[in-house]
Design a protein around this ligand. Sequence first.
Ligand SMILES: [Zn+2]
Length: 118
Amino acid sequence: MYNMDHSAPMRDVNPTTLAELVKASYLKCPLTPPSPGCSYSGRNLDKTTDMTQEIRCAEHGTVAELNVYFERLQHTQKMKQIIVVGTVAMALLIILGTIFWGSTSRRKPDEQTDGNAA
Ligand SMILES: [Zn+2]
């Protein structure tokens, strides 16, 4: 939008150009970064044919890097879910086994005692 309205295109993202976007009302207010270490930068961004030109956060990296991070996180969460479900299933089987096997093995001495007593 800015570059459509101005003959000198904005090519870089840095504190100065971000302030200019606020001053010229292209941004309603300064960006509120999620972390204190966040600082946004990008260079030669008007070269739209070169997809390697990206805006980068000093702390979190590029959007592509964040996507890779979240894909890995999702995979890790799936693995955690499988481990949790597997553990719960094993625990239930052990409890069920203990209830049934334990109860029958406890009865045997009682039955034997009863048998001996009778
Ligand atoms: Zn950040």
